[in-house]
Write a protein that binds this ligand. Sequence first.
Ligand code: HEC
Length: 301
Amino acid sequence: MNAHRSGVFACALAAALAATAMRPALAQEQQAPPRQHWSFAGPFGQYDQEQLQRGFKIYREVCSNCHSLKLLAFRNLTDPGGPGFTAAQAAAIAATFQVTDGPNDQGQMFQRPGKIADYFPPPFPNEQAARAALGGKLPPDMSVLALARSYERGFPWFIFDAFTMYQEEGPDYIHAILNGYTDPPAGFNLPPGAQYNKYFPGHAIGMPKPLSDGQVEYTDGTPTTVDQYGRDVAAFLMWAGEPKLDTRKRVGFQVILYLIVLTGLLYFTKKRVWHAAEHDLDPSAPAAPPEPRPPTEYARS
Ligand code: HEC
């Protein structure tokens, strides 16, 4: 290694060590969410359709009272790789929502039941109305929440993550928030209207504990615990944020396979093209005449 390269290496190492040294301060700020098992993790991960349906139920019955899902349309519920509702089911779900439409002939906006082509309507008409109803706190839109939230994994984990393909920080975080309500530790100064949550940055969260055991009914025998609810709704929100994950992983795998085959072909092509140069042969020399072949049975007869 020459002097310049070792200098760069030393700088990178120093920066990594400095980042590690700063970690305890961050760790106090936010505790790392425990990792969950996700069907969509890893290079071959796929969504679990039944889990997405359960997760949608949780969103519909609980979260949609406060959190909007503006980028999702009812028709998306029928998309391949999603919760797999039929068009009739999606239309029935849409009809249970009230959507603002208009203006009508009198110039008035009006409410009507949702149609399959509509987007999920927000629970509050505007940000101010949401804040007024929720003690000044704003529930974030959930369309890409599972992709937008992550946490500091620190050195050296972020390097390993690139190899293990860990991309589930968002759903791990959502699951952790829903399961992270505890009593504040002694001496913690909880602002009025806030709850203590182990995994929320700063710990004082403006969202009242939204789920408790047995709150949402499951008809397929899945346990109705907050732990399970958290996993299901986080999986649903992951799908809402990245509906094409299945395709991305499948196509990605095919592309890598193609590139591996192509690399092999290129290697042998290169060997062939450079054969003369590598063996010091004269490429302009006429090729040796072919060996005379022994006459075949056919030729003799
Ligand atoms: C009563 C209204 C209400 C309900 C119901 C509710 N939330 Fe919230 N949620 C909030 C508010 C308000 C905040 C913002 C909290 C803050 O900023 O302190 C929030 C924040 C969050 C956050 C943290 C977001 C961030 O910025 O990191 C997550 C995750 C979350 N909610 C998930 C859910 C899920 C999942 C459900 C359904 C099971 C749900 N919420 C139901 C009001 C609600």
